[in-house]
Design a protein around this ligand. Structure first.
Ligand SMILES: [Zn+2]
Length: 402
C-alpha cells in the first residue's frame, strides 16, 4: 500500500527556524505599527497591549484535541498487544509523536518556551535596540518582547486549524465523486481529517452517512436508512471465502491485499468467514435469537440496522492451516497476531478490542475487522485509538436506547 503522507511528517529544523524568523519579522513589523498608534502606547503595561489582539485569534493546535490521552491509550494498547512486530513501525512514527508532544508542551509553556527556542535570534535582535538609547529605542525595546513571545512557532507545523475543510475544492469534488480516500487526503491526511471533524471544521462530513468509509455505526447510531444496502458488493479476490460472503468493492480489494501480505510475511492464510449481511438477514438472525432468549438476544446478535456488517465494510476472518479455525481461535494464531499489528497498513482496524466495551457496546472481537481506508487506519493506529467513537469524539454507545 502507499505510505500515507501528510501531516505526520516532521519538519526539518532549519525550515521551522526560517518560518519562525518570518513570523517574528512579521510580528515585529506589526508591533512597530501598533506602537506608532498613540492610543496604544501610553495605555497600561506595554507587555499586554499587543499581546491580546494577536494571541486571541490563535486557535489551539490541531493535535490538542483528545491528544493528551492518546499516549495513555497507546501505552495500554501496547501492553495488550504484546506484539514484537509493533516495534517495527514504532521508530517510523516516533518522530511525529515526539513533535506533537513538543508542540503540546511548548504551547502549554507558551511564552517561556518560545523565548528559549528563539533566545539566540532574540538576543541578536534586542541588543541593538537596547544599545540605541533614547525614547524611541526604549519604546521599541518595551514593545518588542511580547511580540516575540506570542509567535506561534510550534503551531506552524500544522495546517491552518481554523479553516473549514469543506471550502477546499478538492474535498467537494472528491465528496461528489464518492472517493472517500481522496477526501481525506485532500484534508491533509487521516489525522488532519479527524481533527477537522472533531473540531467542527468539517460540516460536509457526515459520520452518519452509511456509504462513507468514515461512518460510525453502533448501538446508538443505526444505519441510514435503517435498511441501507451498499451499492457494489464483491467477493474478495483470491481470499478463501467460507460462506460465500461479499464486501464493498474497496473493502474487498483491501482484504485481498491484507490476506496476501499476511501470506508473504509468513503468518499464514486468512479466510473470510462473514462479510456483508443485509438488513433482512439480520432481521431473521436477531428474530431467531429474540424468540429464544428474549432481551438476552442483544448479547449475541446485533439488531437489524445496527450491525456493522450491513455496511459491507466489515469482515469476520479466521486463520487457516489447511483447515480453518473458528473465530475464537483467531487471536491465538499467527494470523491473529499479524492482524493485530498490521491490519491498519491495509486500511483495516480491529473494531472491538479489550477495554473498549463500555464505549463500543461489544466484547472484544479480534476477528471483526472494519475497513476505514488507509488514511484513517493509519491515524487510528498512530494515535493508539481503541474505538471509532473516541476517534471521532462521539459519545459512547454501550447499549441500545430503549
Ligand atoms: Zn463481525
Amino acid at each position: 500500500m502507499t505510505e500515507p503522507g501528510g501531516l505526520a511528517t516532521p519538519r526539518a529544523a532549519p525550515e521551522t527556524r526560517r518560518a519562525a524568523r518570518a513570523m517574528r519579522e512579521e510580528a515585529e513589523r506589526r508591533a512597530r505599527a501598533t506602537a506608532s498608534v498613540p492610543a496604544v502606547t501610553p495605555s497600561g503595561p506595554l507587555s499586554t497591549a499587543p499581546l491580546s489582539p494577536v494571541l486571541s485569534p490563535t486557535p489551539p493546535p490541531v493535535t490538542g484535541t483528545a491528544r493528551p490521552s492518546a499516549a495513555t491509550r497507546r501505552a495500554a494498547r501496547a501492553a495488550q498487544l504484546l506484539d514484537a512486530d509493533e516495534q517495527t513501525p514504532a521508530p517510523h512514527h516516533a518522530g511525529p509523536r515526539r513533535v506533537t508532544r513538543r508542540i503540546a508542551v511548548i504551547a502549554g509553556l507558551g511564552v517561556g518556551a518560545v523565548l528559549l527556542m528563539g533566545s539566540a535570534a532574540m538576543t541578536a535582535m534586542m541588543l541593538p535596540a537596547a544599545s540605541d538609547g533614547g525614547a524611541d529605542a526604549a519604546l521599541s525595546l518595551r514593545a518588542q518582547p511580547p511580540t516575540i513571545e506570542q509567535l506561534p512557532v510550534p503551531q506552524m507545523e500544522q495546517s491552518p486549524p481554523s479553516a473549514d475543510i469543506c471550502t477546499i475544492p478538492e474535498i467537494s469534488a472528491a465528496l461528489q465523486a464518492g472517493d472517500d480516500e481522496a477526501v481525506i487526503i485532500a484534508a491533509g491526511g487521516g489525522e488532519a481529517f479527524r481533527a477537522a471533524v472533531v473540531d467542527g471544521r468539517a460540516p460536509c462530513i457526515d459520520l452518519g452517512d452509511s456509504a462513507r468509509t468514515w461512518t460510525v455505526i453502533d448501538k446508538v447510531r443505526p444505519a441510514n436508512p435503517i435498511d441501507y444496502r451498499p451499492a457494489g458488493l464483491l467477493s474478495p479476490p483470491g481470499v478463501r471465502n467460507l460462506e460465500g460472503g461479499a464486501l464493498r468493492t474497496d473493502a474487498a480489494s483491501a482484504l485481498a491485499s491484507l490476506a496476501a501480505a499476511a501470506q508473504s510475511a509468513g503468518a499464514g492464510e486468512i479466510a473470510l468467514e462473514s462479510g456483508f449481511r443485509s438488513y433482512e438477514t439480520q432481521q431473521e438472525t436477531y428474530g431467531r435469537h429474540h424468540s429464544e432468549r428474549g432481551e438476552g438476544a442483544d448479547q449475541v446478535s446485533a439488531r437489524p440496522g445496527y450491525s456493522e456488517h450491513q455496511l459491507g465494510l466489515s469482515a469476520d476472518v479466521v486463520a487457516c492451516a489447511g483447515a480453518c479455525g473458528t473465530l475464537d481461535e483467531l487471536a491465538g494464531s499467527p494470523q491473529g497476531q499479524w492482524i493485530a499489528a498490521h491490519a491498519w497498513e491495509h486500511g483495516w482496524i480491529v473494531r472491538y478490542v479489550e477495554g473498549a466495551t463500555p464505549v463500543t457496546g461489544y466484547l472484544p472481537e479480534p476477528w471483526h475487522l472494519r475497513y476505514v481506508g488507509p488514511e484513517l487506519a493509519k491515524a487510528y493506529h498512530d494515535g493508539g485509538w481503541t474505538s471509532l467513537e473516541e476517534f471521532f469524539a462521539l459519545p459512547p454507545a454501550p447499549a441500545y436506547v430503549g
